[in-house]
Design a protein around this ligand. Structure first.
Ligand SMILES: C[S@@+](CC[C@H](N)C(=O)[O-])C[C@H]1O[C@@H](n2cnc3c(N)ncnc32)[C@H](O)[C@@H]1O
Length: 263
């Protein structure tokens, strides 16, 4: 068969596969990644990271084996993205991703056109499964991304040191903090427009009274780094208390909650 016809047939096949996959929840891409890296190299680099948190689609049908949502549920990262109400068009916006880990949400913000994306993480779980910025660096290379990374804690944030950000992503971090209000004050100080916050919360004391449970002994998921479970009223109250306007709950499932708040 003539190479040109073969190429054409492969193209058509890819389109058909794409259309079929678009009906699936865990749809993956079969195109090469933006760096153009070949499939073997991508596979090798993915395997270099002993523990991925995020499921990141690198093309060629390769998705990192992320643990978010459980290793048996490889759509965990994508499902979270779907629930965040992250604007489709982020052109011209600056985005800060606090506790970015492998950086999926930072790369997504960049993909949606953000002009500056800064990812920070302090890798507080170095002694548990966390593998530092290894996954982030590899993903950045494969995706040929310009996302900046700084090893820093949420407590370090200030407009002087980091600048201000139109949109701040604060996902999966709040309950890991021993000083949650101090952290929220820092987050507020660098937010220009909107905060999107995802966290574990306490669904069992769903009262109008703001309440918080302190987990002294790894009561949640046997995780010694989960300290606080605020109820919904308490989350809304602390957001207002540090200065955010019109905080609202946009999603709740089991003991997880997503909120938006404005400057
Ligand atoms: C459960 S993971 C969430 C990762 C990602 N944001 C997501 O939602 O998929 C928590 C992340 O927050 C980071 N983290 C915990 N405490 C932090 C702090 N004080 N400052 C910055 N990052 C922190 C951890 O190192 C880890 O990467």
């Amino acid at each position: 068969m003539l190479p040109i016809i073969k190429k054409f047939i492969i193209k058509i096949e890819r389109q058909i596969v794409k259309i079929l996959l678009s009906f699936r929840k865990d749809v993956v891409s079969f195109d090469p990644p933006p760096s153009g890296m070949n499939k073997e190299t991508v596979l090798k680099k993915v395997a270099e990271v002993p523990f991925w948190w995020h499921s990141i689609d690198f093309g060629y049908g390769i998705v990192t084996p992320g643990h978010q949502g459980g290793i048996k549920h490889p759509t965990g990262t994508k499902n979270l993205l779907g629930n965040l109400q992250l604007p489709d068009d982020l052109r011209g916006k600056s985005v800060l991703d606090i506790g970015a880990w492998d950086g999926f949400f930072s790369f997504e913000a960049e993909k949606r056109g953000a002009s500056r994306v800064l990812a920070i993480d302090n890798f507080y779980r170095d002694k548990l499964e966390h593998t530092g910025s290894q996954g982030f660096e590899i993903a950045k290379e494969i995706l040929k991304s310009n996302v900046e990374f700084k090893k820093a804690s949420v407590y370090d944030l200030s407009p002087e040191k980091f600048g201000m950000f139109d949109i701040v992503l604060f996902l999966g971090v709040f309950y890991h903090l021993r000083h949650p209000l101090l952290a929220l004050e820092k987050v507020f100080s660098v937010t220009k427009e909107m905060l999107i916050m995802e966290t574990h919360y306490d669904p069992y004391h769903d009262s109008k009274t703001p309440l918080a449970v302190f987990y002294e002994n790894a009561e949640i998921n046997n995780d010694p780094t989960t300290f606080w479970g605020f109820n919904k009223s308490c989350l809304l109250a602390v957001l207002r208390s540090v200065g955010f306007k019109n905080p609202e709950v946009i999603y709740r499932y089991a003991d997880r909650i997503i909120l938006k708040a404005y400057k």
